[in-house]
Design a protein around this ligand. Sequence first.
Ligand SMILES: [Zn+2]
Length: 157
Amino acid sequence: MKFLADSSLGRLSTWLRILGYDTVYWRGEADRAFLRKAEKEGRAVLTRRKDVLARQHPGLVLFVENDRVERQLVEILGKLDLKPEPENLFTLCLRCNESLKAAKPEEVRSLVPEYVFRTQRDFRVCPGCGGVFWPGTHRERALSALRRVLNPVKGHV
Ligand SMILES: [Zn+2]
């Protein structure tokens, strides 16, 4: 499942990426170009705007009802009956939505702090922004937040 989220849904976009769902965050107006992109790339539209919902569009348009990102996430997963797969977690760059590539420690040696190089083995690199990622405190925090958020699908994360 791929998404296109409107400009009011930045945090939801990040959470969907953490779960491994390809999500484009649209910073501009939710205009015709916005819907055209969703159609061209086969993305489900996520919006907080009722006028977008009312427009002609051949694809799926989901109106996000909740204000809080935790509830938005549960809402969207529930509406689409999506169950996040543990192996898909943290496979996308949270900054640019690109698929991360596995990298050997030697390849990232010059890019990470020395103690990280010494203590971590599992590195991933983003081909988009060049960011280097490894399982660390951010990941642990995100996982525990997810466990709270995704209570109904506990055991999947
Ligand atoms: Zn990136």
